[in-house]
Design a protein. Structure first.
Lengths: 174, 149
């Protein structure tokens, strides 16, 4: 599989234990509607992600991790970086937690679909916001990421802000 | 005091209006972008149909369409190709049966392809000097599921 080297680069014993527990977590998050108590916001997601970073008038740089929930690499924790340029009337820092979905759920998910160009827009009020990203792996597949963002935003228009950018998500290789 | 409060309310109100305008612009841009993308996906799907199980293919790869990475994320499991300068097809495949290599690692212009009618796999022949290397890839349909008889 194309991303095996990202998953198994750790010393063998350690990597096996981590991979096994992450795999259990991944399967629970994907297949249990109530995995996180009363509801599970990651139910049937292909992957989830967590990152932190900063933005300035639409330019953005983040670093974080994908936890793959579906496909051959379910349970893989893959570090990534994301950068983009666009427009927004704000400077911000924050953390983002989101899920990745295929627009057509009948298509089997492949980890390499997570990486490449994407378009994103977001809106927020005071300390909380939401974002949607859209990308197209070749071959007619469409991928949608939705997230919540928590952070600090400074802008000249009070607590409200919105923006969009084009960017790239890259796996971080060890 | 009341004047100050009024100006505060006005400021809040204008901020909120600005927010609504920005989010509307962002939403319209996003919608148009998705629509443009879907048109592009459809255009390429029609131009490069996926290989069907009943097809017999025997020929040379004369070009591989280079998608703009800003339009599509380039995946290792598929390529839009032209065979013998005439036949345009999308190759959706699983990893190579014996080496586990991906199509992206193997396929290049000049390679020969062979698929018999009713076969669920395609063979890629690469000529390296006096040697001919053979790779066999299981074919996938347009939804990336294995071709079935």
């Amino acid at each position: 599989m194309a991303f095996n080297h990202l998953v198994h680069d750790e010393p063998e014993g350690k990597s096996f234990k981590i991979a096994a527990s992450y795999k259990k977590l991944a399967l629970a998050l994907r297949y249990s509607p109530f995995a996180l108590g009363s509801s599970n916001p990651f139910f049937m997601a292909e992957a989830i992600y967590f990152d932190m970073g900063a933005g300035f008038v639409g330019a953005e740089y983040d670093g974080g991790y994908f936890l793959v929930l579906a496909g051959e690499d379910a349970g893989a924790l893959i570090p990534y970086s994301e950068h983009g340029g666009g427009g927004a009337p704000e400077a911000s820092i924050g953390v983002e937690l989101g899920r990745v979905d295929l627009a057509d759920k009948s298509i089997p998910f492949k980890t390499e679909m997570l990486f490449g160009e994407r378009n994103k827009f977001w809106g927020g009020a005071v300390f909380v916001g939401g974002a949607v990203s859209y990308s197209k792996p070749s071959g007619g597949v469409q991928l949608i990421s939705t997230s919540i963002n928590i952070g600090i935003s400074i802008n000249p228009f009070g607590g409200f802000s919105a923006g969009g950018n084009r960017g790239l998500i890259d796996p971080k290789r060890k | 005091m009341i004047q100050k409060e009024n100006s505060m309310i006005k400021k809040r109100y204008s901020s909120f209006i600005f927010f609504l305008i920005s989010i509307s612009i962002a939403l319209i841009w996003f919608y148009l972008d998705i629509k443009k993308s879907q048109d592009l996906i459809l255009k390429f799907a029609l131009e490069y149909p996926v290989i069907k199980i009943e097809e017999h293919i025997n020929g040379q790869v004369t070009s591989i369409y280079q998608h703009d990475p800003k339009e599509f994320r380039i995946m290792s499991y598929n390529r839009d190709i032209t065979i013998n300068d005439t036949l345009k097809r999308r190759l959706n495949v699983d990893n190579e049966l014996y080496t586990g290599s991906s199509l992206g690692e193997i396929l290049s212009v000049g390679d020969s392809l062979h698929k018999q009618a009713d076969s669920t796999s395609i063979a890629v022949f690469k000529i390296r000097g006096a040697d001919t290397l053979k790779y066999r890839f299981p074919l996938l349909n347009e939804k990336l599921h294995p071709l079935k008889k």
